[in-house]
Write a protein that binds this ligand. Structure first.
Ligand SMILES: *Cc1c(COP(=O)(O)O)cnc(C)c1O
Length: 836
C-alpha cells in the first residue's frame, strides 16, 4: 500500500485528508468546520513537501553548493496551499479528492490567512523571486522577519480607510516549522571597548546592554515541476533567557518583564510605509535583528562544511532587497573581524565579493538615511565600523580625485546636513560588487542621477535586472481558464518558459480563438463582479469596460489623476444626459500608509465621487466607481484577470519598475500608461500599437521642473479641467464638509509635485482613444491576446536566470528522486552523503 504521507494516488490522498482531520484536528465530519478541513488538507500537502524539503537540504549540504541568500524586510507570499498544489502538480487530483469528500476546494483555499508580511511591490517581488529560484533549481534561502502582525487589514468606513490589526497567526500556521535549536543571539545597545588579545593584537569588543534571541521559523518554497524545495527562514524575536534570569534573580522582576516585552516587540509588527522610510529606533532594530541572525546562520552553515571563513563568498551570494538589509555589510565585517579574528582587508574582500544591492527607488525622500544620533546608541560597534569603511573609502577617493573636496562630501556615507546621518544606499554601493536597478529606465536614471558618482567610480558594478512575476501564481492559479486555453493549444511548457506563448500570436487572427478569449475575460469579470457586490454592495455590469487601478495609494502613482478623468466624464453626462459614451466600471484598491494624510484623503475622494456618480439617475449605470477594500495578494488574484484596462499612470521617472503592470498584461489587459518603469519595456514587447501611451517623458518632466512648472497655467487655460478642480475644491463631492478636499486641490494648484495638471489633457484624450478602441471588440480582443502572449520577458524566471548568471554566479542543482524515496526512509535516511 502507498505511504500515507507521500503517496499521490487519489485514494491515498483522500485517506490522508481524513486521517489528518481526525488525528491532527481532533475532528470528524460531524464536528469539523471549514477551518478544520483547510488544516487537514494543508497538512496533507505539507507532508508531500517535507520529503522534498529534506532531500533538497541534504543535497545542498552534501554537495556544499553555493546558495543565494535573498535578504528582504518583506515577503508578500500570498496563500500557500493553492500554490503548493500547483507546484507539486497535485491541483486536479486534490480538487477531485475534495469534491469526492463532499467539499469544494475553493472554499478550503479561501480559509487560509493571507500572510501579508509586506507592503506592496517590493515584498511581492521577493515572493515571485523565491518561486522562480526554486523552479530554476537554484539553491536559495529567503531571510526575513516573522512579523506577528503583517500589513494592517483595511476597512472602509464612511469612505475613509480604517486600519485593523492583522492577526494572521491567530489560528496557527501550518506552513512553518520553528527551529528553536538554531536560535541565535543578537546584541543591542551598550558600548564598545578595546583590548589586546593573547597575541598582542588590538581588538574591539561590543558590550551590549540587551541580548535578543532570534528564533527561526522555516516555510517550504517548492519549485514548479521539480523536486527542489527551498526555504524561507523568518526570524522571531524573543527575550534572551539568560539575561532575563539575571535581572529576575537580582530581584528585579519588573525589569525582567519589561525587557522581555521590549525584546519581543522587535518582530511584532510590519511598518506599513511604502516608499517612505520611517526613522524609528524599532525599525532600525528590526533591520539589524534579521540581518545579524541571517549572517550568523550563514556562518554556522559555512563552518559546518569548511575549516575557515576564508572562502565564505563561495558558499553564499547575498542579495540586498533595497537598503533595508544594508546594515548586513558592516555586520558581516563585525562578525569576521571581531568575532572570527580576521584582518580588515581580508574581511572587506569577502564582504565585497558576497554582497549585491538592488535599488528600488529614485525618489530622494524615499532613500533611507539613519541619523547617527539614533544609530550610535542602538548599534555602537556597527557605527564605528561604518566610520571605518567610510574613512578607507574616502582615502581611496582622495587618491583617485586629488583635491576634489566637493566630490568627497558628495560621496561620503555620512551626510552632514540637515542632520548627521548614514546614507544607506551609499553604504550598499560601496560594500557590494553589483548594483542593479529594476527596469531599463530606472537603471539609466540611477547611473545618470541618483548614483552618478558611484557609476563614475565603478561602471562595471552596474546592472539592469528588469523585474518579473511568476506565471504560476499570476496565470495558472489566478486565471485557470486562460491557462487551460494556453495548455490546450501548446502544452504545458509555457509554465516554465513563458516565451513559448509567442507561438500563439497567430491565434489573434482566429475568430474562434478570439471568442473563447472573450468568454474567459467575461467569466473573470463576472467572478470579480460578485466579489465587488459581496464586499461593497455595489452592482457592476460585467459587460462594461473594467478600468482598474490597484496598487499602494501614493501621490506619485496618481490615483487622483484617474479621479479627475472620472469627474470629467460625469460632467459630460450631466451636461448632455443623452450622450453616447462607453460604459465603464472604475475599480480601485490599495492601502495608504496610516500616517500619509494626503493618500488617505485620495481614498476618501474616490469613495465620495463614487457615492455621487453611482447614485445619479442621469448616469444610469454608464459609470460605476468602486473602491475594493483591503488590497492583498489573495484579492489581487481576482482583480488582474478581470481587467480590460490597466492604469499605470505614475509621473514619468518615479515608478522604478512596477510589477502590477506585468500581471495585468499577462491576463490580457491593455495598458494606459506613461513612459515610466517597466511600462516602457512592456510597450516594446507588446508593440506600441497595442498600448495606450500618454504624458510627459522623464526628460520632459525634469525640463519642465527646471524651467519653472506653473500648474495654475494649465488650470486657467483648460475649462474642463478647471471645472473638475473647482468641483472638488467647492464641496460638490463633500456637501456636508465643503473644504474637505481642499488639501488635494491646493496641492495640485500650488506645487503639483507629480505634474497631474501637465499630463491631464493628454490623459483624457488617450482615454477617449481607449473608449473608441473598445467599441471594436474584435480588434480589442486581438490587442488583448497580443498583450498576453508577448509578456514572456516579464516572467520572474527570466529575471532570476539573469541574476544567477551575471551577479550571483550560481548554478542549478538537481535533487534526484531517490533521495526522498520512502523506501529509504527511516532512521538511517539523511545520514549519508553518498549522492554523487
Ligand atoms: C503586484 C502587487 C503590487 C505591486 O503593484 P504595482 O502596481 O507594481 O505598484 C502591490 N500589492 C500587491 C498585493 C500585488 O500583488
Amino acid at each position: 500500500m502507498e505511504d500515507d504521507r507521500t503517496g499521490m494516488s487519489l485514494e491515498t490522498l483522500k485517506r490522508a485528508f481524513a486521517d489528518h482531520l481526525f488525528y491532527l484536528q481532533g475532528k470528524d465530519a460531524s464536528s469539523a468546520d471549514l477551518a478544520d478541513y483547510y488544516s487537514a488538507l494543508a497538512y496533507t500537502v505539507r507532508d508531500r513537501l517535507l520529503h522534498r524539503w529534506l532531500a533538497t537540504q541534504e543535497v545542498y549540504a552534501c554537495k556544499a553548493v553555493k546558495r543565494v541568500c535573498y535578504l528582504s524586510a518583506e515577503f508578500l507570499m500570498g496563500r500557500h496551499l493553492g500554490n503548493s498544489l500547483i507546484n507539486l502538480n497535485l491541483f486536479e487530483k486534490i480538487d477531485q479528492a475534495i469534491r469526492e469528500s463532499g467539499l469544494e476546494l475553493q472554499d478550503l483555499l479561501s480559509e487560509e490567512e493571507d500572510p501579508g508580511l509586506g507592503n506592496g511591490g517590493l515584498g511581492r517581488l521577493a515572493a515571485c523571486f523565491l518561486d522562480s529560484l526554486a523552479t530554476l533549481e537554484i539553491p536559495a534561502i529567503g531571510y526575513g522577519i516573522r512579523y506577528e502582525f503583517g500589513i494592517f487589514y483595511q476597512q472602509i468606513r464612511d469612505g475613509w480607510q480604517v486600519e485593523i490589526p492583522d492577526q494572521w497567526l491567530r489560528l496557527g500556521n501550518v506552513w512553518e516549522l520553528p527551529r528553536r535549536e538554531e536560535a541565535v543571539e543578537i546584541k543591542l545597545g551598550g558600548y564598545t571597548e578595546g583590548y589586546h588579545d593573547p597575541k598582542g593584537n588590538y581588538r574591539v569588543s561590543w558590550v551590549a546592554d540587551r541580548i535578543i534571541l532570534a528564533v527561526p521559523y522555516d516555510t517550504p518554497v517548492p519549485g514548479y515541476d521539480t523536486n527542489v524545495v527551498n526555504i524561507l527562514r523568518l526570524w522571531k524575536a524573543e527575550a534572551g533567557d539568560e539575561f532575563n534570569f539575571d535581572a529576575f534573580n537580582a530581584g528585579n522582576y519588573d525589569r525582567a518583564v519589561a525587557d522581555k516585552m521590549s525584546s519581543e516587540n522587535i518582530s511584532k509588527v510590519l511598518y506599513p510605509n511604502d516608499n517612505t522610510p520611517q526613522g524609528r529606533t524599532l525599525r532600525l532594530e528590526q533591520q539589524y535583528f534579521f540581518v545579524s541572525a541571517s549572517l550568523q546562520d550563514m556562518i554556522r552553515k559555512h563552518l559546518a562544511l569548511n575549516p575557515t571563513l576564508d572562502n565564505f563568498q563561495d558558499s553564499f551570494a547575498i542579495q540586498l532587497n533595497d537598503t533595508h538589509p544594508t546594515v548586513a555589510i558592516p555586520e558581516l565585517m563585525r562578525l569576521l573581524v571581531d568575532e572570527h579574528a580576521m584582518d580588515w582587508d581580508a574581511a572587506w574582500s569577502i564582504t565585497n565579493r558576497t554582497f549585491a544591492y538592488t535599488n528600488h527607488t529614485l525618489m530622494p525622500e524615499a532613500l533611507e538615511r539613519w541619523p547617527v544620533r539614533l544609530l550610535g546608541p542602538t548599534l555602537p560597534r556597527i557605527l564605528e565600523i561604518i566610520y571605518e569603511i567610510n574613512h578607507r573609502f574616502l582615502e581611496d577617493v582622495r587618491s583617485w580625485y586629488p583635491g576634489d573636496e566637493a566630490r568627497l562630501s558628495r560621496l561620503s556615507i555620512i551626510e552632514e546636513e540637515p542632520e548627521k546621518s548614514v546614507r544607506m544606499a551609499y553604504l550598499a554601493c560601496i560594500g557590494s560588487h553589483a548594483i542593479n536597478g529594476v527596469a531599463a529606465l530606472h537603471t539609466e536614471l540611477l547611473k545618470r542621477d541618483t548614483l552618478h558618482d558611484f557609476y563614475e567610480l565603478w561602471p562595471e558594478k552596474f546592472f539592469n535586472k528588469t523585474n518579473g512575476v511568476t506565471p504560476r501564481r499570476w496565470i495558472l492559479l489566478s486565471n485557470p481558464q486562460l491557462a487551460a486555453l494556453f495548455t490546450e493549444k501548446i502544452g504545458k511548457k509555457w509554465l516554465s518558459n513563458l516565451d513559448e506563448l509567442k507561438q500563439l500570436e497567430p491565434c489573434a487572427e482566429d475568430p474562434e480563438f478570439r471568442s473563447r478569449w472573450q468568454a474567459i475575460k467575461l467569466h473573470n469579470k463576472q467572478v470579480l463582479a460578485e466579489k465587488i457586490y459581496e464586499r461593497t454592495g455595489i452592482e457592476v455590469d460585467p459587460h462594461s469596460l473594467f478600468d482598474i487601478q490597484v496598487k499602494r495609494i501614493h501621490e506619485y502613482k496618481r490615483q487622483h489623476l484617474a479621479v479627475l478623468h472620472i469627474i470629467a466624464l460625469y460632467n459630460q453626462i450631466k451636461a448632455n444626459p443623452g450622450i453616447n459614451i462607453q460604459p465603464r466600471t472604475f475599480i480601485f484598491a490599495g492601502k495608504a500608509a496610516p500616517g500619509y494624510y494626503q493618500a488617505k484623503l485620495i481614498i476618501k475622494l474616490i469613495n465620495a465621487v463614487g457615492t455621487i456618480v453611482n447614485r445619479d439617475p442621469d448616469v444610469r449605470g454608464r459609470l460605476k466607481v468602486v473602491f475594493l477594500p483591503n488590497f492583498s495578494v489573495s484579492l489581487a488574484q481576482y482583480i488582474y484577470p478581470a481587467a480590460d484596462l490597466s492604469e499605470q499612470i505614475s509621473t514619468a521617472g518615479k515608478e522604478a519598475s512596477g510589477t502590477g503592470n506585468m500581471k495585468f498584461s499577462m491576463s490580457g489587459a491593455l495598458t494606459i500608461g506613461t513612459l515610466d518603469g517597466a511600462n516602457i519595456e512592456i510597450r516594446e514587447e507588446v508593440h506600441p500599437e497595442n498600448f495606450f501611451l500618454f504624458g510627459l517623458t522623464a526628460e520632459e518632466v525634469a525640463a519642465l521642473k527646471d524651467k519653472g512648472y506653473r500648474p495654475r497655467d494649465y488650470y486657467n487655460s483648460n475649462a474642463q479641467l478647471k471645472e473638475v478642480i473647482d468641483q472638488i475644491a467647492n464641496g460638490t463631492f463633500s456637501p456636508s464638509e465643503p473644504d474637505l478636499f481642499k488639501p488635494i486641490t491646493d496641492s495640485l494648484l500650488q506645487q503639483d509635485d507629480y505634474m497631474l495638471l501637465a499630463d491631464y489633457q493628454a490623459y483624457v484624450e488617450c482615454q477617449d482613444e481607449v473608449s473608441k478602441a473598445y467599441r471594436d471588440q474584435d480588434n480589442w480582443t486581438r490587442m488583448s491576446i497580443l498583450n498576453s502572449v508577448r509578456t514572456g520577458k516579464f516572467s520572474s524566471d527570466r529575471t532570476i536566470a539573469e541574476y544567477a548568471k551575471e551577479i550571483w554566479k550560481v548554478d542549478p542543482v538537481e535533487v534526484p528522486l531517490e533521495v526522498y524515496d520512502p523506501a529509504n526512509a527511516g532512521l538511517g535516511w539523511g545520514k549519508t552523503c553518498d549522492i554523487d
